[in-house]
Design a protein around this ligand. Sequence first.
Ligand code: FAD
Length: 471
Amino acid sequence: MSEVARNDLPVVVIGGGPVGLAAAAHLLERGLEPLVLEAGESAGAAVASWGHVRLFSPWRYDVDAAARRLLEPTGWTAPDADALPTGRELVEGYLAPLAATPQIASRLRTGTRVLAVARDGADKTRSLGRERRGYRVRTVDAAGRVADVLARAVVDASGTYDTSNPLGVSGLPAAGESEAAPFVTGPLPDVLGAQRDRFAGRHTLVVGMGHSAANTLLSLVELSETSPGTTITWAIRGGSARRLFGGGTDDELPARGLLGTRLREAVDAGRLRLLTRVSVEQLVPGAESVQVLGTAKDEPLALDVHAIVNATGFRPDLSMLREVRLDLDPVVEAPSALAPLIDPNQHSCGTVPPHGEQVLSHPDDGFYLVGMKSYGRAPTFLLATGYEQVRSVAAALAGDRAAADAVELNLPATGVCSSDLALEADGESAAGSCCGTAPAEPQLVTLGVGVPAGVGFASGIVHGRSGDGED
Ligand SMILES: Cc1cc2nc3c(=O)[nH]c(=O)nc-3n(C[C@H](O)[C@H](O)[C@H](O)COP(=O)(O)OP(=O)(O)OC[C@H]3O[C@@H](n4cnc5c(N)ncnc54)[C@H](O)[C@@H]3O)c2cc1C
Protein backbone atom coordinates (compact mmCIF):
# COMPACT_ATOMS: atom_id res chain seq x y z
CA MET A 1 0.00 0.00 0.00
CA SER A 2 1.49 3.36 -0.94
CA GLU A 3 1.65 6.20 1.53
CA VAL A 4 -0.93 8.16 -0.47
CA ALA A 5 -3.30 5.23 -0.33
CA ARG A 6 -2.73 4.84 3.39
CA ASN A 7 -3.63 8.45 4.00
CA ASP A 8 -6.83 8.06 2.01
CA LEU A 9 -8.07 5.49 4.49
CA PRO A 10 -10.13 6.28 7.58
CA VAL A 11 -8.77 6.33 11.10
CA VAL A 12 -10.47 3.37 12.74
CA VAL A 13 -11.61 4.05 16.28
CA ILE A 14 -12.33 0.85 18.22
CA GLY A 15 -15.18 1.41 20.66
CA GLY A 16 -18.00 3.95 20.69
CA GLY A 17 -17.75 4.80 24.37
CA PRO A 18 -17.17 8.32 25.68
CA VAL A 19 -13.52 8.38 24.65
CA GLY A 20 -14.02 6.70 21.27
CA LEU A 21 -16.76 9.17 20.32
CA ALA A 22 -14.62 12.06 21.53
CA ALA A 23 -11.78 10.73 19.35
CA ALA A 24 -14.10 10.82 16.35
CA ALA A 25 -15.12 14.41 17.14
CA HIS A 26 -11.49 15.53 17.37
CA LEU A 27 -10.52 13.70 14.19
CA LEU A 28 -13.37 15.39 12.33
CA GLU A 29 -12.23 18.80 13.54
CA ARG A 30 -8.81 17.97 12.16
CA GLY A 31 -10.24 17.10 8.75
CA LEU A 32 -9.54 13.40 9.22
CA GLU A 33 -12.06 10.69 8.47
CA PRO A 34 -12.93 8.52 11.49
CA LEU A 35 -14.75 5.19 11.40
CA VAL A 36 -15.99 4.10 14.82
CA LEU A 37 -16.52 0.36 15.28
CA GLU A 38 -18.68 -0.42 18.31
CA ALA A 39 -19.40 -3.95 19.49
CA GLY A 40 -22.62 -3.05 21.28
CA GLU A 41 -26.00 -2.32 19.77
CA SER A 42 -25.54 1.37 20.38
CA ALA A 43 -22.87 3.83 21.42
CA GLY A 44 -21.97 3.85 25.08
CA ALA A 45 -22.79 0.16 25.50
CA ALA A 46 -20.35 -0.36 28.36
CA VAL A 47 -21.56 2.71 30.24
CA ALA A 48 -25.16 1.58 29.72
CA SER A 49 -24.35 -1.70 31.47
CA TRP A 50 -23.60 0.24 34.67
CA GLY A 51 -26.35 2.75 33.95
CA HIS A 52 -27.79 2.56 37.49
CA VAL A 53 -24.49 3.73 39.02
CA ARG A 54 -23.89 7.42 39.68
CA LEU A 55 -20.64 8.95 38.51
CA PHE A 56 -18.57 10.93 40.97
CA SER A 57 -17.49 13.48 38.35
CA PRO A 58 -19.99 16.21 37.61
CA TRP A 59 -21.08 16.90 34.05
CA ARG A 60 -18.47 19.62 33.55
CA TYR A 61 -15.78 16.90 33.40
CA ASP A 62 -17.84 14.36 31.47
CA VAL A 63 -18.36 16.19 28.17
CA ASP A 64 -15.52 16.47 25.68
CA ALA A 65 -14.91 19.91 24.15
CA ALA A 66 -14.94 18.81 20.49
CA ALA A 67 -18.02 16.68 21.13
CA ARG A 68 -19.72 19.71 22.66
CA ARG A 69 -18.93 21.70 19.53
CA LEU A 70 -20.65 19.03 17.45
CA LEU A 71 -23.65 18.89 19.75
CA GLU A 72 -24.38 22.55 20.32
CA PRO A 73 -25.61 23.37 16.79
CA THR A 74 -28.14 20.51 17.08
CA GLY A 75 -30.05 22.30 19.84
CA TRP A 76 -28.61 19.97 22.49
CA THR A 77 -29.06 21.33 25.98
CA ALA A 78 -25.99 20.95 28.13
CA PRO A 79 -26.82 19.30 31.46
CA ASP A 80 -26.22 21.14 34.74
CA ALA A 81 -22.43 21.35 34.96
CA ASP A 82 -22.41 20.59 38.68
CA ALA A 83 -24.81 17.65 38.67
CA LEU A 84 -23.56 14.08 38.94
CA PRO A 85 -25.06 11.91 36.19
CA THR A 86 -25.77 8.23 36.44
CA GLY A 87 -24.31 6.06 33.70
CA ARG A 88 -27.76 5.98 32.10
CA GLU A 89 -27.98 9.77 32.16
CA LEU A 90 -24.52 9.99 30.61
CA VAL A 91 -25.73 7.83 27.73
CA GLU A 92 -29.12 9.49 27.30
CA GLY A 93 -28.00 13.07 27.88
CA TYR A 94 -24.70 12.99 26.02
CA LEU A 95 -23.47 9.84 24.26
CA ALA A 96 -26.68 8.99 22.41
CA PRO A 97 -27.23 12.57 21.12
CA LEU A 98 -23.56 12.73 20.12
CA ALA A 99 -23.79 9.41 18.26
CA ALA A 100 -26.91 10.73 16.52
CA THR A 101 -25.26 13.85 15.09
CA PRO A 102 -25.05 13.44 11.31
CA GLN A 103 -21.27 13.74 11.44
CA ILE A 104 -20.87 10.79 13.85
CA ALA A 105 -23.90 8.70 12.85
CA SER A 106 -22.59 8.28 9.32
CA ARG A 107 -19.23 7.11 10.66
CA LEU A 108 -20.37 4.76 13.41
CA ARG A 109 -20.90 1.04 12.88
CA THR A 110 -22.62 -0.57 15.83
CA GLY A 111 -22.90 -4.31 16.33
CA THR A 112 -19.36 -4.57 14.98
CA ARG A 113 -16.76 -6.18 17.19
CA VAL A 114 -13.07 -5.90 16.39
CA LEU A 115 -11.39 -9.29 16.52
CA ALA A 116 -7.85 -8.35 15.56
CA VAL A 117 -5.60 -5.56 14.34
CA ALA A 118 -2.49 -5.99 12.19
CA ARG A 119 -0.26 -4.01 9.88
CA ASP A 120 -1.76 -4.56 6.42
CA GLY A 121 0.28 -7.16 4.63
CA ALA A 122 2.84 -7.59 7.39
CA ASP A 123 2.77 -9.81 10.42
CA LYS A 124 4.49 -8.70 13.59
CA THR A 125 7.89 -10.00 12.55
CA ARG A 126 8.09 -8.19 9.20
CA SER A 127 10.01 -4.92 9.39
CA LEU A 128 10.75 -4.03 5.78
CA GLY A 129 8.59 -1.09 4.73
CA ARG A 130 6.43 -1.52 7.81
CA GLU A 131 6.03 2.20 8.43
CA ARG A 132 4.49 2.71 5.00
CA ARG A 133 1.74 0.22 5.64
CA GLY A 134 -1.66 0.99 7.01
CA TYR A 135 -3.67 -1.33 9.25
CA ARG A 136 -6.04 -4.21 8.64
CA VAL A 137 -8.79 -4.41 11.24
CA ARG A 138 -10.73 -7.67 11.37
CA THR A 139 -14.34 -7.39 12.51
CA VAL A 140 -17.34 -9.59 13.10
CA ASP A 141 -20.93 -8.35 13.03
CA ALA A 142 -23.91 -9.52 15.01
CA ALA A 143 -24.78 -12.07 12.31
CA GLY A 144 -21.30 -13.59 12.58
CA ARG A 145 -20.03 -12.14 9.30
CA VAL A 146 -16.31 -11.48 9.36
CA ALA A 147 -14.95 -8.54 7.37
CA ASP A 148 -11.68 -6.60 7.22
CA VAL A 149 -11.50 -2.82 7.29
CA LEU A 150 -8.37 -0.99 6.14
CA ALA A 151 -7.21 1.99 8.15
CA ARG A 152 -4.49 4.62 8.03
CA ALA A 153 -4.29 4.55 11.82
CA VAL A 154 -6.05 2.82 14.71
CA VAL A 155 -7.21 4.36 17.97
CA ASP A 156 -8.19 1.60 20.39
CA ALA A 157 -10.76 3.01 22.82
CA SER A 158 -12.41 -0.31 23.59
CA GLY A 159 -12.17 0.03 27.37
CA THR A 160 -11.73 -2.85 29.79
CA TYR A 161 -15.27 -3.35 31.06
CA ASP A 162 -15.75 -6.56 29.06
CA THR A 163 -12.71 -8.26 30.59
CA SER A 164 -12.92 -8.74 34.34
CA ASN A 165 -10.05 -10.30 36.19
CA PRO A 166 -10.72 -13.98 36.88
CA LEU A 167 -12.07 -15.23 40.20
CA GLY A 168 -9.28 -17.77 40.60
CA VAL A 169 -5.99 -17.19 42.36
CA SER A 170 -2.74 -16.01 40.77
CA GLY A 171 -4.61 -14.11 38.07
CA LEU A 172 -5.73 -17.38 36.51
CA PRO A 173 -9.29 -18.63 36.18
CA ALA A 174 -10.46 -21.18 38.72
CA ALA A 175 -11.13 -24.66 37.39
CA GLY A 176 -14.61 -24.64 35.89
CA GLU A 177 -14.79 -20.82 35.81
CA SER A 178 -15.88 -20.61 32.17
CA GLU A 179 -18.49 -23.36 32.62
CA ALA A 180 -19.85 -21.45 35.63
CA ALA A 181 -20.11 -18.17 33.65
CA PRO A 182 -23.95 -18.14 33.68
CA PHE A 183 -23.77 -17.79 37.48
CA VAL A 184 -21.25 -14.95 37.43
CA THR A 185 -22.06 -11.25 36.99
CA GLY A 186 -19.89 -8.19 36.57
CA PRO A 187 -19.05 -6.02 39.57
CA LEU A 188 -22.13 -3.80 39.55
CA PRO A 189 -25.30 -5.73 38.82
CA ASP A 190 -28.51 -3.71 39.17
CA VAL A 191 -29.42 -5.49 42.39
CA LEU A 192 -32.26 -3.17 43.36
CA GLY A 193 -33.57 -2.69 39.82
CA ALA A 194 -33.53 -4.71 36.63
CA GLN A 195 -31.67 -7.69 38.09
CA ARG A 196 -33.52 -7.84 41.41
CA ASP A 197 -35.05 -11.26 40.75
CA ARG A 198 -31.63 -12.77 40.29
CA PHE A 199 -30.65 -11.89 43.87
CA ALA A 200 -33.87 -11.65 45.90
CA GLY A 201 -34.24 -14.56 48.31
CA ARG A 202 -31.03 -16.12 47.03
CA HIS A 203 -27.47 -16.58 48.19
CA THR A 204 -24.89 -14.33 46.51
CA LEU A 205 -21.11 -14.42 46.83
CA VAL A 206 -19.36 -11.09 46.22
CA VAL A 207 -15.63 -11.44 45.49
CA GLY A 208 -13.42 -8.35 45.65
CA MET A 209 -12.50 -5.44 47.87
CA GLY A 210 -12.96 -2.28 45.88
CA HIS A 211 -15.75 0.23 46.00
CA SER A 212 -17.72 -1.73 43.40
CA ALA A 213 -17.83 -4.62 45.85
CA ALA A 214 -18.86 -2.26 48.66
CA ASN A 215 -21.67 -0.71 46.64
CA THR A 216 -23.00 -4.07 45.52
CA LEU A 217 -22.80 -5.49 49.06
CA LEU A 218 -24.77 -2.56 50.46
CA SER A 219 -27.38 -2.91 47.72
CA LEU A 220 -27.69 -6.60 48.59
CA VAL A 221 -28.08 -5.72 52.28
CA GLU A 222 -30.85 -3.28 51.32
CA LEU A 223 -32.50 -5.97 49.21
CA SER A 224 -32.35 -8.42 52.11
CA GLU A 225 -34.50 -6.01 54.16
CA THR A 226 -37.48 -6.58 51.89
CA SER A 227 -36.66 -9.99 50.45
CA PRO A 228 -36.37 -12.68 53.14
CA GLY A 229 -33.87 -15.39 52.42
CA THR A 230 -31.45 -13.05 50.66
CA THR A 231 -28.08 -14.26 51.90
CA ILE A 232 -24.77 -12.51 51.30
CA THR A 233 -21.24 -13.82 51.55
CA TRP A 234 -18.30 -11.53 50.88
CA ALA A 235 -14.92 -13.04 50.01
CA ILE A 236 -11.65 -11.11 49.95
CA ARG A 237 -8.17 -12.35 49.26
CA GLY A 238 -6.55 -10.20 51.89
CA GLY A 239 -6.56 -10.79 55.64
CA SER A 240 -8.57 -7.71 56.58
CA ALA A 241 -11.22 -5.42 55.13
CA ARG A 242 -10.03 -2.56 57.30
CA ARG A 243 -8.88 -0.47 54.36
CA LEU A 244 -12.28 -0.59 52.69
CA PHE A 245 -14.04 0.08 55.99
CA GLY A 246 -12.05 3.31 56.01
CA GLY A 247 -11.63 5.78 58.78
CA GLY A 248 -15.29 6.25 59.63
CA THR A 249 -15.95 9.77 60.85
CA ASP A 250 -12.19 10.45 60.75
CA ASP A 251 -12.11 9.75 57.04
CA GLU A 252 -10.96 12.76 55.05
CA LEU A 253 -13.70 11.94 52.57
CA PRO A 254 -16.97 11.84 54.54
CA ALA A 255 -18.99 9.94 51.97
CA ARG A 256 -16.29 7.32 51.63
CA GLY A 257 -16.15 7.04 55.38
CA LEU A 258 -19.91 6.56 55.45
CA LEU A 259 -19.76 3.79 52.85
CA GLY A 260 -17.09 1.97 54.84
CA THR A 261 -18.91 2.54 58.10
CA ARG A 262 -22.16 1.16 56.72
CA LEU A 263 -20.37 -1.86 55.39
CA ARG A 264 -18.59 -2.52 58.68
CA GLU A 265 -21.89 -2.16 60.56
CA ALA A 266 -23.51 -4.64 58.20
CA VAL A 267 -20.70 -7.13 58.79
CA ASP A 268 -20.75 -6.56 62.56
CA ALA A 269 -24.52 -6.98 62.65
CA GLY A 270 -24.21 -10.30 60.84
CA ARG A 271 -26.15 -9.08 57.83
CA LEU A 272 -23.49 -10.44 55.61
CA ARG A 273 -20.70 -12.89 56.20
CA LEU A 274 -17.13 -11.82 55.54
CA LEU A 275 -14.55 -14.46 54.63
CA THR A 276 -10.90 -13.42 54.53
CA ARG A 277 -7.81 -14.91 52.86
CA VAL A 278 -10.00 -16.67 50.36
CA SER A 279 -8.68 -18.58 47.35
CA VAL A 280 -11.31 -19.65 44.85
CA GLU A 281 -9.95 -22.79 43.23
CA GLN A 282 -12.88 -24.51 41.58
CA LEU A 283 -16.43 -23.70 40.50
CA VAL A 284 -18.87 -26.55 39.97
CA PRO A 285 -22.05 -25.35 38.26
CA GLY A 286 -25.30 -27.16 38.97
CA ALA A 287 -28.84 -26.62 37.76
CA GLU A 288 -29.79 -23.82 40.14
CA SER A 289 -26.61 -23.01 42.00
CA VAL A 290 -22.86 -23.19 41.75
CA GLN A 291 -20.47 -24.74 44.23
CA VAL A 292 -17.44 -22.65 45.14
CA LEU A 293 -14.48 -24.70 46.34
CA GLY A 294 -11.20 -23.40 47.68
CA THR A 295 -9.72 -22.25 50.94
CA ALA A 296 -10.33 -19.52 53.50
CA LYS A 297 -7.54 -18.90 55.98
CA ASP A 298 -5.93 -22.11 54.74
CA GLU A 299 -8.99 -24.15 55.75
CA PRO A 300 -11.10 -25.89 53.10
CA LEU A 301 -13.98 -23.76 51.82
CA ALA A 302 -17.16 -25.05 50.15
CA LEU A 303 -20.03 -22.70 49.42
CA ASP A 304 -23.23 -23.26 47.49
CA VAL A 305 -24.44 -19.97 45.97
CA HIS A 306 -26.94 -18.86 43.35
CA ALA A 307 -24.85 -16.00 42.00
CA ILE A 308 -21.28 -14.76 42.13
CA VAL A 309 -20.47 -11.05 41.71
CA ASN A 310 -16.98 -10.71 40.30
CA ALA A 311 -15.65 -7.39 41.61
CA THR A 312 -11.97 -8.23 41.26
CA GLY A 313 -11.21 -5.50 38.72
CA PHE A 314 -10.48 -5.40 35.02
CA ARG A 315 -7.66 -6.04 32.60
CA PRO A 316 -7.25 -4.94 28.99
CA ASP A 317 -7.94 -7.39 26.17
CA LEU A 318 -4.58 -7.48 24.45
CA SER A 319 -5.22 -10.67 22.48
CA MET A 320 -6.70 -8.73 19.56
CA LEU A 321 -3.49 -6.69 19.37
CA ARG A 322 -1.15 -9.64 19.09
CA GLU A 323 0.15 -8.59 15.64
CA VAL A 324 0.76 -4.97 16.64
CA ARG A 325 4.15 -3.92 17.97
CA LEU A 326 3.27 -2.49 21.35
CA ASP A 327 5.40 -0.94 24.05
CA LEU A 328 3.59 -1.91 27.23
CA ASP A 329 4.67 -1.91 30.83
CA PRO A 330 4.99 -5.49 32.09
CA VAL A 331 3.19 -4.72 35.35
CA VAL A 332 0.33 -2.38 34.52
CA GLU A 333 -0.09 -3.27 30.82
CA ALA A 334 -0.30 0.43 30.00
CA PRO A 335 1.99 2.26 27.53
CA SER A 336 5.44 2.15 29.10
CA ALA A 337 5.82 5.89 29.48
CA LEU A 338 2.44 6.21 31.16
CA ALA A 339 2.67 3.22 33.50
CA PRO A 340 5.03 4.66 36.14
CA LEU A 341 2.56 7.48 36.67
CA ILE A 342 -0.38 5.19 37.41
CA ASP A 343 1.11 1.97 38.79
CA PRO A 344 -0.95 1.24 41.90
CA ASN A 345 2.08 -0.45 43.49
CA GLN A 346 3.76 2.94 43.48
CA HIS A 347 0.94 5.38 44.07
CA SER A 348 -1.85 5.59 46.53
CA CYS A 349 -2.50 8.82 44.70
CA GLY A 350 -0.34 11.24 42.86
CA THR A 351 0.02 13.61 40.05
CA VAL A 352 -0.48 12.31 36.56
CA PRO A 353 0.85 15.01 34.31
CA PRO A 354 -1.57 15.48 31.44
CA HIS A 355 -0.27 13.31 28.68
CA GLY A 356 -0.86 12.93 25.01
CA GLU A 357 0.36 11.33 21.85
CA GLN A 358 4.03 11.06 22.75
CA VAL A 359 3.37 9.13 25.95
CA LEU A 360 0.79 6.98 24.17
CA SER A 361 2.79 6.05 21.09
CA HIS A 362 4.05 2.55 20.27
CA PRO A 363 6.73 1.12 17.98
CA ASP A 364 4.01 0.68 15.33
CA ASP A 365 3.30 4.24 14.26
CA GLY A 366 -0.33 5.34 14.04
CA PHE A 367 -1.57 2.90 16.68
CA TYR A 368 -2.81 4.20 20.04
CA LEU A 369 -4.45 2.85 23.16
CA VAL A 370 -6.63 5.56 24.66
CA GLY A 371 -9.30 5.88 27.33
CA MET A 372 -9.82 3.30 30.04
CA LYS A 373 -7.79 0.74 28.10
CA SER A 374 -4.73 2.99 28.08
CA TYR A 375 -4.53 2.57 31.87
CA GLY A 376 -4.18 -1.19 31.52
CA ARG A 377 -4.88 -2.75 34.92
CA ALA A 378 -4.68 0.52 36.84
CA PRO A 379 -8.13 1.61 38.04
CA THR A 380 -7.72 5.36 38.27
CA PHE A 381 -8.73 6.54 34.80
CA LEU A 382 -10.73 9.74 34.38
CA LEU A 383 -12.84 10.72 31.38
CA ALA A 384 -11.21 14.15 31.29
CA THR A 385 -7.81 12.45 30.91
CA GLY A 386 -9.13 10.44 27.98
CA TYR A 387 -10.53 13.50 26.26
CA GLU A 388 -7.12 15.15 26.45
CA GLN A 389 -5.48 11.98 25.11
CA VAL A 390 -7.64 11.92 21.99
CA ARG A 391 -7.31 15.65 21.38
CA SER A 392 -3.54 15.18 21.28
CA VAL A 393 -3.66 11.98 19.20
CA ALA A 394 -5.93 13.62 16.59
CA ALA A 395 -3.57 16.60 16.40
CA ALA A 396 -0.59 14.29 15.88
CA LEU A 397 -2.36 12.27 13.19
CA ALA A 398 -3.13 15.54 11.43
CA GLY A 399 0.56 16.47 11.57
CA ASP A 400 0.12 19.30 14.08
CA ARG A 401 3.03 18.44 16.37
CA ALA A 402 2.80 21.63 18.39
CA ALA A 403 -0.86 21.03 19.27
CA ALA A 404 -0.17 17.36 19.96
CA ASP A 405 2.53 18.28 22.47
CA ALA A 406 0.59 21.11 24.10
CA VAL A 407 -1.08 20.34 27.40
CA GLU A 408 -4.70 21.37 27.66
CA LEU A 409 -6.07 19.18 30.41
CA ASN A 410 -7.17 21.24 33.32
CA LEU A 411 -8.49 19.07 36.09
CA PRO A 412 -9.32 20.73 39.37
CA ALA A 413 -6.44 20.74 41.82
CA THR A 414 -7.94 19.17 44.88
CA GLY A 415 -5.27 17.44 46.86
CA VAL A 416 -7.92 14.85 47.40
CA CYS A 417 -7.04 11.27 46.92
CA SER A 418 -8.01 7.90 48.10
CA SER A 419 -5.80 5.96 50.42
CA ASP A 420 -6.90 2.88 48.55
CA LEU A 421 -4.57 0.87 46.45
CA ALA A 422 -5.44 -1.35 43.60
CA LEU A 423 -2.84 -3.98 44.32
CA GLU A 424 -2.30 -5.23 47.77
CA ALA A 425 -2.22 -8.58 49.37
CA ASP A 426 -3.15 -8.16 52.96
CA GLY A 427 -5.40 -5.18 53.29
CA GLU A 428 -2.54 -2.91 54.21
CA SER A 429 -1.18 -0.17 52.00
CA ALA A 430 1.63 -1.23 49.74
CA ALA A 431 2.80 2.34 49.13
CA GLY A 432 3.17 5.31 51.34
CA SER A 433 0.63 8.04 51.29
CA CYS A 434 1.29 10.69 48.73
CA CYS A 435 -1.70 12.84 49.45
CA GLY A 436 -0.89 16.49 49.38
CA THR A 437 -2.88 19.64 49.33
CA ALA A 438 -3.44 22.11 46.56
CA PRO A 439 -0.96 20.68 44.10
CA ALA A 440 0.38 23.15 41.61
CA GLU A 441 -0.26 21.00 38.60
CA PRO A 442 -3.36 19.21 37.43
CA GLN A 443 -3.94 16.37 39.81
CA LEU A 444 -5.06 12.85 39.35
CA VAL A 445 -7.92 12.39 41.71
CA THR A 446 -7.64 8.78 42.69
CA LEU A 447 -11.25 8.00 42.59
CA GLY A 448 -12.84 7.56 45.94
CA VAL A 449 -16.43 7.28 46.92
CA GLY A 450 -17.54 10.83 47.21
CA VAL A 451 -15.26 13.78 47.46
CA PRO A 452 -15.88 16.86 49.55
CA ALA A 453 -18.04 19.46 47.91
CA GLY A 454 -16.31 22.57 46.72
CA VAL A 455 -13.38 20.85 45.11
CA GLY A 456 -14.98 20.11 41.80
CA PHE A 457 -16.45 16.78 42.75
CA ALA A 458 -19.63 16.75 44.76
CA SER A 459 -20.14 14.64 47.82
CA GLY A 460 -22.65 11.87 48.20
CA ILE A 461 -22.74 8.15 47.93
CA VAL A 462 -21.51 7.55 44.48
CA HIS A 463 -19.41 5.03 42.77
CA GLY A 464 -15.67 5.32 43.04
CA ARG A 465 -13.21 3.51 40.86
CA SER A 466 -10.25 3.26 43.16
CA GLY A 467 -9.76 -0.20 44.36
CA ASP A 468 -11.78 -1.85 41.64
CA GLY A 469 -8.63 -3.51 40.53
CA GLU A 470 -8.10 -5.06 43.89
CA ASP A 471 -9.44 -8.01 45.60
C1 FAD B 1 -18.98 2.16 37.49
C2 FAD B 1 -18.01 3.15 36.93
C3 FAD B 1 -18.08 4.48 37.29
C4 FAD B 1 -17.17 5.42 36.77
N1 FAD B 1 -17.27 6.72 37.13
C5 FAD B 1 -16.43 7.63 36.59
C6 FAD B 1 -16.54 9.01 36.92
O1 FAD B 1 -17.36 9.43 37.72
N2 FAD B 1 -15.68 9.90 36.34
C7 FAD B 1 -14.72 9.51 35.45
O2 FAD B 1 -14.01 10.37 34.94
N3 FAD B 1 -14.58 8.20 35.13
C8 FAD B 1 -15.40 7.26 35.68
N4 FAD B 1 -15.26 5.93 35.36
C9 FAD B 1 -14.07 5.51 34.60
C10 FAD B 1 -14.16 5.71 33.06
O3 FAD B 1 -14.24 7.09 32.77
C11 FAD B 1 -15.30 4.96 32.42
O4 FAD B 1 -15.05 3.58 32.52
C12 FAD B 1 -15.50 5.29 30.93
O5 FAD B 1 -16.64 4.63 30.48
C13 FAD B 1 -14.31 4.92 30.07
O6 FAD B 1 -14.57 5.31 28.76
P1 FAD B 1 -13.94 4.55 27.50
O7 FAD B 1 -14.57 5.19 26.30
O8 FAD B 1 -12.48 4.53 27.62
O9 FAD B 1 -14.40 3.03 27.63
P2 FAD B 1 -15.86 2.38 27.68
O10 FAD B 1 -16.86 3.31 28.21
O11 FAD B 1 -15.69 1.07 28.36
O12 FAD B 1 -16.22 2.17 26.16
C14 FAD B 1 -15.61 1.17 25.38
C15 FAD B 1 -16.55 0.80 24.24
O13 FAD B 1 -15.88 -0.12 23.38
C16 FAD B 1 -16.76 -1.17 23.03
N5 FAD B 1 -15.93 -2.35 22.75
C17 FAD B 1 -15.29 -3.16 23.62
N6 FAD B 1 -14.59 -4.09 22.96
C18 FAD B 1 -14.77 -3.86 21.64
C19 FAD B 1 -14.29 -4.48 20.45
N7 FAD B 1 -13.46 -5.54 20.49
N8 FAD B 1 -14.71 -4.00 19.26
C20 FAD B 1 -15.55 -2.94 19.19
N9 FAD B 1 -16.04 -2.30 20.29
C21 FAD B 1 -15.63 -2.76 21.49
C22 FAD B 1 -17.65 -1.34 24.24
O14 FAD B 1 -18.90 -1.93 23.88
C23 FAD B 1 -17.80 0.10 24.73
O15 FAD B 1 -18.93 0.75 24.19
C24 FAD B 1 -16.17 4.99 35.86
C25 FAD B 1 -16.11 3.64 35.50
C26 FAD B 1 -17.01 2.73 36.01
C27 FAD B 1 -16.92 1.29 35.59
